[in-house]
Design a protein around this ligand. Structure first.
Ligand SMILES: Cc1cc2nc3c(=O)[nH]c(=O)nc-3n(C[C@H](O)[C@H](O)[C@H](O)COP(=O)(O)O)c2cc1C
Length: 198
């Protein structure tokens, strides 16, 4: 069974990026994946304080909800993150979780340890973004780059993103872009099936 971890990056419950991820998760579950949901804004996760202990131990010295989340990330076959765009980047809540993965980066690049510990043949990641602006060529670039480097720490392959522009009011994506919600659902199914067929 494929194991997926879904990170909700928005502090607005039931907002546009939540709806997109809910639909993606429905697709994952339709394809019989086991899914754990993490609500970044509700998790007790402190920002990295740059103590740098992880550089020699590979372990984070801050003891909070990340201790459970590290295990989930390490074991996940698929990691999906949803986030609204805030000033051309992902939210602080999502970034806080990602910054704490510096300890995993240290394991991989400083201590030369294997960090891809999931059971499937590969480990994959996917990104879902929503933004108010209709234009902006580079609107999603900041979030994409952060996601790619986050996944790299876990030896995961970036499988792409769905970025939806022009949604600002809470939940308006459902009426304005039902096709994006459907696309997220189908992508969830596609990734589970693709991973099973590796
Ligand atoms: C603090 C803040 C910063 C934002 N910055 C941007 C931005 O740089 N570009 C943009 O297109 N939309 C921006 N927005 C709008 C959100 O990206 C948009 O409303 C999004 O759909 C919200 O998703 P949510 O409902 O999942 O929270 C910003 C919103 C907030 C609250």
């Amino acid at each position: 069974m494929i194991y997926a971890v879904a990170i909700y990056g928005s502090p607005r419950r039931g907002g546009n990026s939540d709806l997109l991820l809910d639909s993606f998760v429905k697709g994952l579950e339709k394809a019989n994946a086991k899914v754990d949901r993490i609500y970044a804004s509700e998790a007790n996760v402190a920002p990295c304080d740059s103590k740098r202990e992880c550089e020699s131990s590979g372990l984070c010295c801050i003891k909070d909800d990340m201790q459970k989340i590290y295990k989930q990330f390490l074991e996940a076959d698929l990691i999906v993150l949803s986030t609204p765009i805030y000033f051309y980047a992902m939210t602080a809540q999502a970034k806080t979780v990602i910054d704490r993965c510096q300890s995993v980066w240290s394991q991989k690049y400083l201590l030369k340890k294997e960090t891809r510990l999931n059971k499937a043949k590969e480990k994959w990641g996917f990104l879902l973004c929503t933004a108010g602006a209709k234009g902006g060529q580079k609107l999603f670039d900041g979030a994409i780059l952060t996601m790619k480097f986050f996944l790299d720490a876990y030896g995961a392959v970036y499988k792409g993103e769905i970025g939806v522009r022009g949604v600002d009011k809470k939940g308006e994506i459902a009426d304005k872009f039902p096709e994006a919600i459907q696309q997220a659902y189908e992508k969830g199914i596609e990734l589970v099936e693709g991973m099973e067929n590796l």
